[in-house]
Design a protein around this ligand. Structure first.
Ligand code: HEM
Length: 152
């Protein structure tokens, strides 16, 4: 009898320890899953970080050797974002989706065009034109987010 209750206690203690040990681990896994953004958001985040660096330079017309690389990163990620579906489509009736996707792609094509023109302006050393194109990107962002995101 005595030895059975001793074994039970050890077993119970092991279970409690295992549960305590597992808890932070499982909660970490859940957090990891929660912080993973959908691809469209990840691509737009890169568009955002490169855009911000260019905007800072545009204010003082201080484009330099790094600007072209940022523009190229912005273009590549904008193109990837263009081929994803805006998140608000998940709740949209199926019949409305095709029209919405076309409108979204067209707006993203406009943005790509601005970003491509920005590359050429930088290559040709037309800094004022480049700064205007950075402004155009900002305007496109505001309008694009109004139409194609829930927050906008
Ligand atoms: C320089 C221009 C732009 C910048 C800097 C920019 C920035 C951003 C940022 C930071 C996010 C992530 C938001 C979050 O963390 O939830 C985002 C998401 C998004 N943006 Fe943009 N954006 C730009 C242009 C555009 C344009 C032109 C469009 C539409 C044609 C657009 C449509 C979206 C969409 C659909 C999302 C994903 C979120 C969702 O689907 O609700 N963005 N953008």
């Amino acid at each position: 009898m005595k030895s059975t209750s001793w074994i039970r206690r050890v077993l119970l203690a092991s279970l409690v320890l295992a549960a305590v040990g597992l808890f932070p681990f499982t909660s970490l896994v859940a957090e990891d899953e929660a912080v993973e953004d959908p691809p469209i958001v990840q691509y737009m985040d890169v568009v955002n970080s490169t855009y911000k660096k260019l905007r800072k330079q545009a204010r003082r017309l201080s484009f330099d050797g790094e600007s072209l690389g940022w523009v190229q990163e912005l273009q590549l990620n904008a193109l990837k974002a263009m081929h994803e579906e805006p998140l608000m489509m998940a709740k949209m009736p199926a019949a409305e989706k095709p029209k919405f996707v076309i409108a979204y792609r067209k707006a993203m094509v406009e943005m790509m065009q601005q970003a491509l023109d920005l590359e050429i302006a930088l290559l040709e050393g037309r800094k004022e034109d480049a700064a205007k194109l950075v402004d155009a990107l900002a305007k496109g962002k505001t309008e694009g987010h109004e139409k194609f995101t829930e927050e906008g």
